[in-house]
Design a binder for this molecule. Structure first.
Ligand code: FAD
Ligand code: DLZ
Ligand code: SF4
Length: 515
């Protein structure tokens, strides 16, 4: 018999999680469960599986060191029922708790399971808010209520005021709220003094997990050969310090840049740790603000970084919960094409895609602009089914959880919600990619050509996308300029652009290498 049972889910790996806040370790059992339902709801990248399972096992040890009694159910336990509810049922049998306390789930699918525990179990069930986020669901809804457009920028300002981060009294530090205009520098050329992320060596726990994943999930995408993740709070803190010391100063300048053979650039690589609980988002933002106050990093870097966390990250979570469980079914552009097979192999002559997908398969990582303007942009231009695109992003990135992945993919990247999240589709021709990367230099296609066998496919696809969707997008004010350019083009040029796009899409649909 025990007073309280506290299930800790795999993305709740913090000793400060709300479910533990007032429990008595002497009268509590903490339950952690590796279950087939979670390892199999999509075909997670192998490295993501290894990261999650190893981080869970390390966290169980951390909780034990802090004095908690932890029941840990391993995936290969012969009695493992395979689901959260099944494992809670078995734990209830073992411990007969009076109450079950759990922090709310991070996604609708699991929230529905937790919501059914109240009727399923005799014990009282207490589902608590996840206090790792700045804005509660009610607070986000209050902010959103009655607004015609839910723009991140205005929500972000509220979060700046709420936290006091980079504020001089009630004014933003430096006089402006947002320094994004300074954060679009092209990649530097010549010898690069690039920060290097720490490659964490697997310990015994991680090695065991790597073997388990290799044996059990051999048919999942991605590689384990480059596994480098931090798997404990201490290791995640080391990567955080590495980022603050070496990458943050240039984070702003090169936030949107892309370089061949350089997957990480000046990015933090902290998203898996923030999303699963090894690092606290607000602590991280305070560290960044302190570096700025000490004069160690410029304002455009500090503001740009803090905006990603207290702005974008909080905002997409708010949208996810506000829009409800059917958000993922939206398809404003009525896009139905299958995602090409090369998304799972990286084998394509389009160098920008080969690079972005290749590093994703190696590391379970691509930075924001690769996700938005390479893989996302291409899927948007070819009219890929947003549900398939969503599934790909959810399985392929080590930081992917539906609450953050779905609004970014369906809303921001694929315009599937018709502009709730983004004021215009993030569609571009090859020229944007050429400006922000060195990819085109090494590509078999010519980014300057619009039609013909050697023309960059993004160019004709871009105009075809606009023409194809004119009835849905033609009155979008932010697309007025490209639509004016389209209208001014010669009929012959228009015809040849659309024919080029058509020929490319036909080859894609035939399943052939799109060359
Ligand atoms: P940095 O560039 O160092 O940024 C710092 C932090 O800011 C990130 O760690 C992350 O926590 C936060 N952040 C930055 N941009 C966003 C954003 N748009 N939304 C939410 N948080 C943000 N992020 C995820 O954490 N999980 C996902 O599943 C995910 N899916 C995405 C899908 C698409 C189509 C796109 C366009 C973006 C997606 N993002 C996702 C956002 C972003 O790409 C990643 O957070 C970022 O690339 C992670 O790398 P980093 O830690 O080096 O980030
Ligand atoms: C992502 C993931 C995976 C792959 N496996 C597990 C697991 O075996 N046990 C677990 O508790 N959590 C896992 N997770 C994370 C969960 O999917 C995540 O906690 C829920 O989606 C929260 O809504
Ligand atoms: Fe990508 Fe086109 Fe540049 Fe090739 S030329 S790298 S396909 S944008």
């Amino acid at each position: 018999m025990v007073g309280t049972l506290i299930p800790i889910l795999g993305d709740q790996l913090s000793p400060d999680i709300s479910s533990l806040s007032d429990a008595d370790p002497a009268d509590t059992v903490v339950l952690m469960m590796e279950v087939a339902e979670e390892t199999g709801y999509v075909r997670h990248h192998k490295a993501k599986l290894a990261y999650v399972l190893s981080a869970m096992r390390h966290h169980a040890d951390r909780l034990r060191d802090l004095g908690w009694r932890v029941d840990y159910i391993r995936l290969d336990d012969p009695d493992n029922s395979g689901s959260f509810t099944g494992e809670v049922a078995r734990a209830v049998e073992r411990h007969s708790p009076d109450r079950i306390i759990v922090t709310e789930a991070g996604e609708w699918r699991v929230a529905a399971m937790l919501g059914a525990w109240d009727t399923r179990f005799e014990a009282e069930v207490d589902i608590r808010p996840d206090t790792r986020f700045l804005a509660s669901h009610a607070e986000f809804d209050e902010w959103a209520e009655g607004r015609k457009q839910l723009r991140m920028e205005f929500f972000y300002r509220e979060m700046r005021r709420k936290t006091g981060l980079l504020m001089d009294g009630d004014k933003p530090a430096g006089g402006e709220w947002n320094y994004d205009k300074q954060n679009r520098k092209a990649p530097p050329s010549g010898t690069l003094d690039m920060p290097r992320p720490i490659r964490f060596q697997p310990d015994d726990i991680t090695r065991e997990v790597l073997d388990l994943v290799a044996a059990r999930f051999a048919d999942h995408p991605g590689s384990l050969d480059h596994f480098h993740f931090a798997v404990s709070h201490e290791e995640a803190m080391r990567q955080k310090r590495n980022f603050l010391d070496h990458a943050l100063p240039c984070f702003g300048d090169y936030q949107d840049a892309m370089l061949t053979g350089e997957p990480f650039l000046w990015h933090s690589l902290l998203s898996p740790y923030l999303n699963s609980g090894l690092l606290d988002p607000l602590d991280l933002c305070r560290d960044v603000a302190e570096r700025y106050a000490q004069g160690k990093v410029p304002l455009n870097a500090a503001e740009g970084f803090i905006r990603q966390i207290i702005g974008w990250r909080e905002y997409v979570r708010g949208i996810y919960w506000r829009e409800g469980p059917d958000y993922g079914d939206r398809n404003f552009l009525n896009a139905t094409r299958d995602l090409p097979a090369f998304y799972w192999t990286g084998e394509t002559d389009m160098h920008c895609l080969a690079q972005s997908i290749g590093q994703t398969l190696d590391h379970g990582y691509a930075h924001h602009i690769q996700r938005l303007m390479i893989t996302g942009n291409f899927a948007l231009l070819i009219g890929a089914d947003p549900a398939q695109v969503h599934r790909w992003y959810l399985e392929i990135y080590a930081d992917a959880y539906e609450w953050v992945e779905l609004p970014n993919t369906l809303g921001m990247s694929q315009f599937g919600d018709g502009g709730l999240l983004a004021s215009k589709p993030y569609a571009s021709s090859g020229s944007y990619i050429d400006r922000m990367s060195d990819y085109c230099e090494a590509c078999r296609y010519d980014v300057k050509q619009r039609t013909g066998a050697d023309a960059c496919p993004f160019n004709a696809l871009y105009w075809d996308f606009l023409a194809r969707n004119q009835d849905r997008l033609g009155d979008n004010r932010r697309l007025a300029m490209p639509y004016r350019s389209w209208e001014k083009m010669d009929a012959d040029v228009k015809r040849s652009l659309r024919a080029s796009a058509r020929a490319f899409l036909d080859r894609l649909d035939a399943g052939g290498e799109p060359t």
